[in-house]
Design a protein around this ligand. Structure first.
Ligand code: C2E
Ligand code: CA
Ligand code: CA
Ligand code: CA
Length: 278
């Protein structure tokens, strides 16, 4: 067996080298992409549970790769997180989000929120607070406009420090929501101390919610938890009318998903929203 092991080990090593190489190349390429601003934001509308009036937009980043076309975030965000590039990329995303808010206001949409995803690595970099503070000033963002979607993991390694940062972010008028709620290390134990405004139910729990009793139980407990803590709830990944009706009947505040709108470039957002109120 030993003799046959060796070539396999060699092959395995070669495969590993190739992967490491690929990863390093991608990091170098992403570095350039950030400098050249090859990224763009798409926006997915979020609606009140009635499904009629928009609440805001979630900004979702894409990489406009010169050869590969539009690359989804799942393919490069993890690499950016591992390499620390998420800090400059995240800063760019925040800025673009603020700039688009200004465009929305110019188009007559004053009241819409803009939600931005913040990675745990970016949160821990210690630069988020200063970046957000500077943006709020520069773009004169009114309170309640900028919303940060955070994952449960940001709280876990140093809850006291995280809570202090969250409190200061809120003083800038930033709204905070917990993304993918229920999928992470449970921050249930901390929830009563977390200065957040909203819980976002992950789309894995919305799938078949009207007939899957397990998912229904999870959604119902998130809704009742939110009610007792005075938090809003948004459901993501709403794809059917049945899911939306189920959620609305149980007091879910907001919905987001392909049923209502897919993520789209900003120009399409304005077309999609139609005429602004009044
Ligand atoms: P997320 O924050 O959970 O975002 C929701 C994802 O679900 C988006 O994928 C969106 O396109 C997709 N989605 C929305 N509605 C539906 C639906 O009805 N059905 C289905 N099947 N999917 C739906 P996307 O844009 O590929 O983003 C994937 C993830 O990448 C996001 O998950 C988020 O974690 C991350 N991400 C995106 N943009 C950023 C960013 O600017 N910064 C950071 N740190 N992460 C980002
Ligand atoms: Ca999100
Ligand atoms: Ca997420
Ligand atoms: Ca999610």
């Amino acid at each position: 067996a030993k003799r046959r092991d060796r070539p396999q080990t060699v092959r395995y090593q070669a495969e590993l080298d190739r992967r490491v190489q690929g990863r390093l190349q991608m990091v170098a390429r992403l570095h350039e992409a950030i400098e050249r601003e090859e990224f763009e934001l798409h926006f997915q509308p979020q609606y009140f549970a009635s499904g009629r009036e928009p609440v805001g937009l979630e900004a979702l980043v894409r990489w406009r790769h010169p050869e590969r076309g539009l690359v989804p975030p799942g393919e490069f965000i993890p690499v950016c997180e591992d390499s620390g590039l998420i800090v400059p990329l995240g800063r760019w995303v925040l800025r673009e989000a603020a700039r688009h808010h200004r465009l929305l206001v110019e188009a007559g949409w004053q009241g819409l929120t803009i939600a931005v995803n913040v990675s745990a690595i970016q949160f821990r970099s210690g630069e988020l607070e200063a970046d957000v503070g500077a943006l709020v000033q520069e773009f004169s963002l009114p309170p309640g406009v900028l919303e940060l979607e955070l994952t449960e993991s940001i709280v876990m390694d140093d809850p006291e420090a995280a809570i202090a940062v969250l409190e200061r972010l809120r003083q800038f008028g930033v709204m905070l929501s917990i993304d993918d709620f229920g999928t992470g290390y449970s921050s249930m134990a901390y929830l009563h101390r977390l200065p957040v405004d909203k819980l976002k139910i992950d789309r894995s729990f919305i799938a078949d919610v009207e007939e899957d009793s397990h998912n229904a139980a999870i959604c119902e407990s998130v809704l009742s938890l939110a009610r007792s803590f005075g938090l809003k709830v948004i459901a993501e990944g709403v794809e059917t009318r049945a899911q939306m009706d189920w959620l609305r009947q149980r007091g879910c505040d907001e919905v987001q998903g392909f049923l209502l709108a897919r993520p789209m470039p900003f120009a399409d957002v304005l077309r999609h929203l139609g005429h602004p109120p009044r």
